[in-house]
Design a protein around this ligand. Structure first.
Ligand code: HEM
Length: 431
């Protein structure tokens, strides 16, 4: 198995405007989550059943993570997965529909009119079908081999499953008559737990692990994973995907769903960080690099996600699911996605705008497009906000929640500064 720049074919990627449109949505989702929490104070945040908590969770899970990950998939499918996506310009329609659907979902979940759920279902379903159809065709047709492309396939199936379960929950919430196939044979809690874990493990875990096998060796000149590791990880994720998806249709207890999540959880929160941390320790590129801090944070938080998930399942405390969701969405996946953006955005801007001029006039390097300082500030604000979130859950005081709101909004602003700097410098160099 070889992982190298040679296996990546950037020139086959989509126009730069496609990934950038998705990436630029992420900071605004963080700002919106921050404003929502700052305005509400402690209202709706005492447990994962509170409306502010659910809305904030989806601003993270959908507004931040899903948008960045869909933008990354559009980029990676042709360049890494050998799968050219037909009708790539439709991606802008996908972006608009997902934005409208996500906004309606947040309005509904934060306690707005229940009719918002109907709009959310319509727009999210349309947007995701417009995304899944061409990318599914591309992935099915791809002749590329190896664990990364299989990881992309599993992640796209995970996306389909989490969205199916989420739309079903949203449809029932909308109060519209529920056809027999959509009515839950299992309890609401089973459906919620299966939905959340399809998202955490199959969709987010599937994609982040597959991307890591490719980018850790490439970004940091670190050793590739041992041959068996990606397949074992993929096996755990795929087992949970099948088990959790089945749980949406048969009558199972919430406690059983937890066991179905276990193989995926061990794979993404134990095996994957164990390899990644070892590979990073052996990296050949040893210059100062603030992006690395995001990797260390995310990989350090990953086993804590496993512990918090187990504690949430074992003890009946309303705070534990809040800690679990925060660690997964902001401490693990959010940190990794934030860190990856600080590498991927400069690389893509350089490739599309600067590379064509190299040799004819002086061009900034990839590192000059995003200097270390904004990345270091981004990391400090992100990590401090994680601490603020855990403190707010522990204290449950209005002041602590409002402090968290300010931290989330600040993280969004710094992320905007980071990606905005790259675009501004790239434009200035090529004007
Ligand atoms: C994109 C379409 C999605 C829709 C329509 C959707 C909708 C929903 C709905 C309606 C609920 C139940 C809330 C309630 O009881 O009122 C829920 C819960 C939840 N969703 Fe989503 N969701 C989506 C995507 C995601 C994704 C990608 C994740 C990522 C991991 C996610 C994570 C969660 C979590 C953590 C909960 C709370 C579960 C619990 O506390 O047991 N959702 N979602």
């Amino acid at each position: 198995m070889t992982f190298s720049m040679a296996s990546v074919r950037p020139e086959q990627g989509p126009p730069l405007s496609v990934p950038l449109a998705f990436f630029f949505t992420a900071p605004f989702a963080l700002i919106a989550a921050g404003v929502l929490i700052a305005v509400r104070g402690s209202e709706g945040l005492a447990s994962m059943w509170g409306n502010t908590a659910l809305a904030a969770a989806h601003l993270g899970a959908v507004g931040l993570l899903l948008f960045v990950m869909i933008g990354a998939l559009y980029q990676m499918l042709p360049t890494v997965g050998g799968a050219a996506v037909p009708g790539i310009r439709l991606a802008h329609g996908v972006h608009a529909l997902l934005l409208a659907g996500a906004a309606a979902l947040i309005v509904g979940q934060s306690g707005g009119p229940v009719g918002a759920f109907t709009w959310a279902v319509a727009a999210l379903l349309a947007g995701l079908l417009l995304f899944l159809t061409p990318t599914g065709v591309a992935l099915a047709r791809s002749r590329a081999e190896g664990p990364t492309v299989w990881g992309l396939r599993v992640a796209v199936l995970g996306l389909t499953a989490v969205v199916f379960a989420g739309l079903r929950l949203a449809w029932i919430r909308s109060g519209a008559p529920t056809p027999g196939v959509l009515a839950s044979p299992t309890g609401w809690l089973t459906l919620r737990i299966a939905h959340a874990h399809l998202g955490f493990l199959a969709w987010i875990g599937g994609l982040l692990t597959a991307v890591s096998w490719q980018v850790v060796p490439m970004f940091f000149l670190a050793p590739a994973p041992p041959r068996a590791l990606p397949w074992v990880t993929l096996g755990g994720v795929a087992a949970s995907l099948v088990g959790l998806f089945t749980a949406l249709f048969v009558d199972v207890e919430p406690s059983t769903v937890v066991w179905l999540a276990l193989p995926g959880a061990l794979a993404v929160w134990l095996a994957h960080p164990a390899w990644t941390l070892t590979a990073l320790r052996k990296r050949a590129r040893r210059r100062k690099d603030a992006t690395l801090w995001f990797w260390w944070l995310a990989m350090g938080v990953a086993p804590l996600c496993l512990a918090a998930g187990a504690a949430s399942a074992a003890f009946d405390s309303p705070k534990l699911p809040l800690v679990y969701g925060t660690l997964v969405l902001f401490g693990w996946a959010g940190a990794l996605v934030h860190g990856m953006l600080t590498r991927v955005v400069p690389f893509l801007v350089w490739l599309h705008w600067c590379a064509p001029h190299v040799g004819s006039r002086p061009m900034p390097s990839v590192r000059e497009l995003l200097p270390q300082r904004p990345i270091a500030v981004g990391f400090t604000v992100h990590a401090s906000t994680l601490v603020a979130a855990l403190a707010a859950i522990a204290l449950d005081s209005s002041l602590a929640w409002r402090g968290l709101g300010v931290g989330l909004a600040a993280t969004g602003c710094v992320l905007l500064w980071e990606v905005g700097t790259v675009v501004a410098r790239g434009r200035a160099a090529t004007r």
